[in-house]
Structures are given as C-alpha cells and as structure tokens.
Design a protein around this ligand. Structure first.
Ligand code: PLP
Length: 379
C-alpha cells in the first residue's frame, strides 16, 4: 500500500545525517530538533501553537483533556473512521455519539450532527477522512450556534488547504479550536516510529495542553492537573523536519497518482472514483483540499469482496478502510443507535476498497493496477 523504502532512498543522505546528529548530541528527549520541528510546522501550517506528542491517538486524547471535557459530556463524531477517534472519547469517560457520513466524500454528515445535538453535547470531532477536509464551513457555523468545541482529527489530511465559501483558505487541522495529527510512518507526513502533534491558535489552550503532555506540570514538580507523559522524541523530530520540507511535493505526488487512477476508471459503470468536494468539474483540476492519504473507490455492483480476492491473487496490495462501522463494534455499540440512521456507513463498508497510494507510484504501476481492476470488474 505504501513504499516507505522507495521514499527513504530519495532522502537517505539527509535523513541519515540528521539521525546521527541527534545520536551524537545525546539530546534524545526535548532536544533542539523537537523545537526546530515545532517552529517549522507552526510556520508551515500558519498556526500559533504546535505541541508535539507521542502519537495521533494521544493527540486526540490530550486535545479533549485540554478542553476540559468532563465525564458525561457528549462528543459527536463520524461512524466511518478509524477507532482511535471514538476510543479516546470513551476512555476519558465522555460519551461518543456516532453519526452517519456523506456518501460522496465519506466525511461526517452535517445534518446528522445537528440532529444528534442534545443539551449535553460539548464537542464535535470531524475526521478529514482519507485526506479530504470535512465541510468546515458548516461545522464551524453549527459549533458556534450551539456553543460546541471543534476538535479536528487531522491524522489523514496534513497539508490539505481548505477553501471557505468566502474564498479564504486555511490549513486542515487549524480551523477548529484544536487539531490533532499523527506521524505514523504511513501517514502523509510520517516519521520512522510513532509521533503526533496538536495544533491550536488559542494561547490559553496551548498553555494548558503543554502542561497536560508533561504530567500536568506547569512548574517543575508542581502537578496542577492530572496529565500524561506524551513526547515526540528528538530522532523522530529530526526526520520530520526533513520530510516537512517535502510535504507539498509528497502530497502533489499523491494527487497526481489519484488523478491518473481516476482518469483510468472514468468510463467504468460500476466504479465510483473519489469525489473532490472543492472541484466538481473534472477529475484532475486543482485538488487542494484532498491530499489522498487513501485512494478509495466504491464498487457498486456487489463485486467488492471478489475484487479484493482477485487483487490478492495478482499480488496487488489493497485495503478495506473500514470494514465495520464503529456503531457496530462491540466496544462502541449503544442501544441508542438505530440502524436507519446509519444508512450510508452500512452501505460504504460493503463497497469501499483502497488502492496503493504513496509518493513513489509510477505510470507503469498505475496502469497495471487499473487494468487489473477494470478487467475484473467489467467481466
Ligand atoms: C492514524 C489515525 C489516528 C491515530 O494515529 P496514531 O498515531 O496511530 O495513534 C487517529 N485518527 C485517524 C483518523 C487516523 O487515521
């Protein structure tokens, strides 16, 4: 699905040097590389505060702790996402409220959010799924109307530009009260281990979160709140510093591959290619708000599982993200949920399939993959 080795080969000299510099410095924790990366990422995202942490799941959890959400508070999020999003809500004793998504861009359905709001609702967690930014225009408006916090799960969309209806533009993850991202190796900005970060423009919240990640300490050995230990280590930060300089290039390579895939599938009746919500006219115009963490098709003729089997036999990597809606997972089932409210996720789990997506895909690989898919689906 990803070619981490191929990418490493292109940046090996710089990365190896950066790693050895940290090793020689012995500043393994909170070294200068961490501060350098934090500053570079703040500049890149045009956000006031980046707080590095140990992984994307921690970034979500710490964001919620920083906002002071309390047991019993309801947090609305998408039914169609990686479990980490709902997991941290539940872990903090908050109540996850899962809602349906849109059939076209797979992102949280804003009408469904509005229907799920109760007097106990305190926050919304939009997930920018597969690299495409959710409808932040509408989500921010709704949050303002109901006085809710917005925590963006930006694990899959770092670098994406969101265009508001008024023409202004902001980086994904910097629009809500707080944004959380992951530097897991296969993410668009991945390190060589675990890593994550929290973004916010709110000075007070940033201060609170800097204490939360460090055992609730604001003054050495004074623990004002119950915190956690969550750090990005210096070696990972040094690697990320190099990869951040190439993030736009990496995302452009993903968009180019997505464009080639979508062109190849253009005339297939039973294959729906990813919709780019900011660009309804043509498969390959300016993508901007979609950085293709995944390239995900819908197979509408019931042959998704058979296709997966066929790709397996042909040695073509593929994935089904996600095969089970969260509301049907044992850990997150709740008697409040009614199947009629999850029509879209219940259908998507039967139709979606993701193809290889990374920075090193070439035309020959894309031709082989698309022709294998098309000949199987059309026959
Ligand atoms: C990867 C991912 C996470 C978690 O990131 P980790 O670094 O693996 O903890 C959270 N949410 C989404 C949507 C993700 O894709």
């Amino acid at each position: 699905m990803v070619d981490l080795k191929g990418q490493y080969t292109h940046i090996k000299t710089e990365v190896d040097q950066a790693i050895m510099d940290v090793v020689n410095s012995t500043a393994y924790i909170n070294g200068p590389a961490v501060q350098d990366f934090q500053k570079s990422l703040e500049a890149y995202l045009d956000v006031k505060h980046v707080i590095p942490c140990a992984n994307g799941t921690d970034a979500l959890q710490i964001s919620m702790m920083g906002l002071g959400l309390k047991p019993g508070d309801e947090v609305i999020t998408a039914d169609f996402t990686f479990a980490a999003t709902a997991e941290v809500i539940a872990l903090l004793g908050l109540t996850p409220v899962l809602v349906d998504v849109n059939p076209d861009d797979f992102n949280i359905d804003v009408d469904a959010i509005e229907k799920a709001i109760t007097p106990r609702t305190k926050a919304i967690v939009p997930v920018h799924l597969f690299g495409q930014v959710a409808n932040m225009d509408a989500i921010m408006k709704l949050a303002e109307k109901h006085n809710l916090k917005v925590i963006e799960d930006n694990a899959q969309a770092i670098g994406a530009d969101y265009k508001f209806k008024d023409g202004s533009q902001q980086k994904a993850g910097t629009i809500g009260d707080v944004g959380a991202t992951s530097f897991f190796p296969s993410k668009n900005l991945g390190c060589y281990g675990d890593g994550g970060a929290i973004f916010t423009n709110d000075d007070d919240l940033a201060h609170t979160i800097r204490g939360v990640v460090n055992h609730g300490m604001y003054k050495r050995y004074h623990h004002d709140v119950v915190g956690v230990n969550s750090r990005l280590d210096s070696i990972q930060a040094a690697i990320l510093n190099i990869k951040l300089q190439k993030l736009d290039e990496f995302n452009a390579a993903r968009q180019k591959a997505a464009c080639a895939y979508s062109k190849a599938f253009e005339n297939c009746q039973s294959i729906e290619t990813p919709v780019v919500t900011n660009n309804k006219d043509g498969v390959c115009a300016a993508y901007d708000d979609h950085v293709f963490h995944q390239y995900t098709l819908k197979i509408t003729n019931g042959k998704r599982d058979a296709l997966a089997q066929h790709l397996q036999e042909k040695g073509i990597p593929h994935g089904v993200y996600y095969p089970i809606p969260l509301h049907l997972q044992k850990a997150y089932a709740d008697e409040r949920y009614q199947e009629k409210n999850f029509k879209v996720t219940n259908q998507l789990v039967k139709e979606v399939i993701s193809l290889p997506m990374h920075t090193e895909l070439d035309d020959e690989q894309i031709d082989f993959i698309t022709s294998t898919v098309i000949s199987f689906i059309e026959n």
